[in-house]
Ligand binder design. Structure first.
Ligand SMILES: Cc1ncc(C[n+]2csc(CCOP(=O)(O)OP(=O)(O)O)c2C)c(N)n1
Ligand code: SF4
Length: 283
């Protein structure tokens, strides 16, 4: 049985009070409670303050390119579909640079879990506006306020085909741990959007703000109801943030539908391509 210590890497360098601290502890705690050990889970990071967790979490990990964590995670899953695969990314990484990858991962129902640190800013590069920031948000890159309207991560994922969509708040450790465990246990594509205060560069979406605007979904919430899930996701327009599993359904995963992988994983196949017959096919 592994411990939090087993999953601990270098000491985090996040700003004091940053929501990343709570998320980092929740991820380690969830891995311990899931019975994982550091060599039994693959983690892919994007680039950002969130991605710096690559150094603070001890697990098999790739610190990928900005916006490219999801395709790396999908690649690992295709190679070894028995391995749990988790992508840990920022909102800029996932909904900005990597937005296209998110949509197609949802469509394919790739069996990976994407954990998003949603802080409304590009934290690592010192606070430029990110795609979840509200219209009018002032930052050093948008001194007169952002012109575009924000991305709605939950409705984007639900309508693109994700089979598990949840929202957590970094200030609610137990709720975040529970949702990470549920997301990782879900068979299919899971997105967990974690509302994460950036205490240094986002003076609007603070802990106080989220404590006032978040609420927990009731235990009997009908999470397989598509219309209801979309309605819940739209509550952000009234500055209301439901916490919990907003949508969950069953649908075959991508690898479930590949007959080549029915018997064993790609990495366990001695020779997964017969080059001789392949070449004959082309001659
Ligand atoms: C293709 C590319 N564009 C831009 C950058 C510069 N860059 C590095 S981190 C970052 C912002 C990260 O923001 P986010 O993904 O929201 O994560 P956070 O730092 O807020 O956790 C940017 C723009 C980069 N590394 N690669
Ligand atoms: S800049 Fe913001 S997101 Fe990055 S560590 Fe500091 S508080 Fe956290």
């Amino acid at each position: 049985m592994s411990t939090i210590q087993d999953f601990s890497g270098y000491n985090p360098t996040w700003c004091p009070g940053c929501g990343d601290w709570g998320i980092g502890i929740a991820i380690k705690q969830a891995f311990v409670q899931l019975g994982f050990d550091p060599s039994g889970v693959a983690v892919v990071f994007g680039i950002g303050c969130s991605g710096n967790m690559n150094d603070f979490l001890n697990a098999y990990a790739i610190h990928s390119l900005h916006g490219r964590a999801i395709p790396n995670a999908i690649g690992i899953k295709l190679a070894n579909h028995n391995l749990p695969v988790v992508a840990i990314v920022g909102d800029g990484d996932c909904y900005g640079e990597g937005g296209n990858h998110l949509i197609h991962a949802c469509r394919g129902n790739h069996d990976i879990t994407v954990i998003v640190h949603d802080n409304g800013v590009y934290g690592l590069t010192t606070g430029q506006v990110a795609p979840t920031a509200s219209k009018g948000f002032k930052s050093k890159s948008t001194p007169s306020g952002i012109i575009e309207i924000p991305i709605n991560p939950l409705s984007l994922a639900i309508t693109s085909g994700a089979t598990f969509v949840a929202q957590a708040f970094a200030g609610d450790a137990n709720g975040t741990i529970a949702l990470i465990k549920e997301g990782v246990n879900h068979k299919g594509f899971s997105l967990i959007n974690i509302l994460q205060p950036c205490v240094t560069f986002n003076k609007i979406n603070t802990y106080q703000y989220y404590l006032q605007k978040t609420y927990k979904l009731p235990a009997d919430f009908e999470k397989d109801n598509f219309k209801l899930a979309v309605e819940k996701s739209l509550e952000i327009n009234e500055e209301k943030f439901p916490l919990g599993v907003i949508y969950q359904i069953k649908r075959p995963t991508f690898t479930d539908q590949l007959p080549q992988l029915e018997k064993e994983t790609l990495v366990n196949k001695e020779r997964f391509v017969d080059f001789d017959s392949l070449i004959k096919d082309f001659i």
